[in-house]
Design a binder for this molecule. Sequence first.
Ligand SMILES: Cc1cc2nc3c(=O)[nH]c(=O)nc-3n(C[C@H](O)[C@H](O)[C@H](O)COP(=O)(O)OP(=O)(O)OC[C@H]3O[C@@H](n4cnc5c(N)ncnc54)[C@H](O)[C@@H]3O)c2cc1C
Length: 467
Amino acid sequence: MTEKMWGSEPFWGLGYDWDPDWVYTDRQKELRSTLIELCEREMRDNAKRSDDELLFPRRNLELLGEHGFLALTVPEKYGGLGENHVAYSMVCETIARYGCASTAMCYVMHIGAVNAIMLRATPELIDKYIRPLNRGKIGTLSYSDPETGSHFWYPISSGAERLNGGYKVRKKASWTTSAGFADFYVVQTTSPDFKGYDDLSVFVIDGEGVQAQPSLWDALGLRGNQSGPLTVDNIEIPGDQLVGPVGDGAASNDESVDPWFLVGSSSVWNGLAMGAIDIARRHTTRKKHVDVGMRVADYPTIQDYIGEAVMDTNACRLFVLSVAGAMDKETDDNTKVLAPGDFARANYLHWAWQIKFEAAKNVAHVVDKMLHACGGSGYKRDMELERYLRDAKAGWVMGPTNEVLRQFVGKAVLLGFDSLDYWNQAYNRRAVENEVKKLDTQGKRELAEQLLAQADEDDSKEPAKQA
Ligand SMILES: Cc1cc2nc3c(=O)[nH]c(=O)nc-3n(C[C@H](O)[C@H](O)[C@H](O)COP(=O)(O)OP(=O)(O)OC[C@H]3O[C@@H](n4cnc5c(N)ncnc54)[C@H](O)[C@@H]3O)c2cc1C
């Protein structure tokens, strides 16, 4: 097996023996070597600056652009590398592990935006947003709404109207990675003339069309991310910046946004876990206790920490790669063109929920244990472990949060997928009847009157029926 290098020296962390190399093609392994080299040369140093000074990792993203990674999953005929979901997982993991987690998360959101466009690509969208990727254009996803927290699929503060063959779009987003720095923003709003919150549409908005507040971003970790709030203030856009048909939002989420985000972000958490183990290996094999003539790595307790962390993290990595591989199989290695109504990745969405939950849970545990293994030295900033720990904490809270995912899976298993009711539309007769049972006759009468008055009011708002 070839030796993993860090510049001209052997890598100080875990070698290729501990990477699941049998799942990667030779080309993917070459891409990984290029990335490790870029991380060693520049990206890791930039990560420290981004973290210290709350700087957007522009130079790191430029480097990724110069080497084709910004168009990793784009077909070669449009100037991309034509790669698949497994390659994407490897790239996200590698950037987070050896380089910069903020860059890796900006990259996840970028590839998410690129693939939301590619799902419903048109010649106009390809010319305007996809072909220029190699020149360093950055995109992002702006979904989370201030009114609905981590339920990012529920855009209450947004909307769109038809206007002169185009659209007038308004959007309020509470968080948007790369906000104020990206060149284009894929946003989701309710559809023009929408009837319910499941009727959503996807638009792409140019950088000039958004008002971002990056100065409001000051967080525990992923400090280069710049995930500040963003507003699109009733701007007019041409009709060809609608992505997919009107009402395609839910399908776009299931088929593109969620699968790409969940595979990418899970890989970032796995990369951070491996990176923390790398740092712990470096420290514990070098630090000596002269009194007992041992290195920290010689204590069985420390070996147990590392052994468990490697096994748990590799289980998470192989889980992600297996689901990414299933998506590759279903999409003929990310080459299948899907018409609205056709689904491929979406068939694995409930698996994608599970990989994110496990990766985010694991990384929080692993960074903690690696800190314990390194002792007080790990607590100091110069070892970088504390940055990995802070960055990793975003895993659990980023939407869909681990609380939500645990609910999704448990509820779907017990009550079926329909019970998830993303848009709060299903009537829970059991709960209502149980509450009504508690009322006395007077209370029941009052409730009945209140409901009749509401029904009359609703009727009066209905448009007059044609005779
Ligand atoms: C670093 C970072 C980058 C981000 N980047 C982006 C981005 O680029 N684009 C974007 O659109 N968004 C982005 N987000 C937003 C993210 O996806 C979530 O929307 C956000 O983290 C939610 O935070 P909140 O305070 O609103 O959480 P809340 O939703 O208010 O959650 C508070 C608590 O309630 C729990 N909870 C919420 N709903 C339920 C439920 N149904 N069942 C049980 N428990 C529940 C949560 O799990 C949590 O414990 C980013 C967030 C972070 C931290």
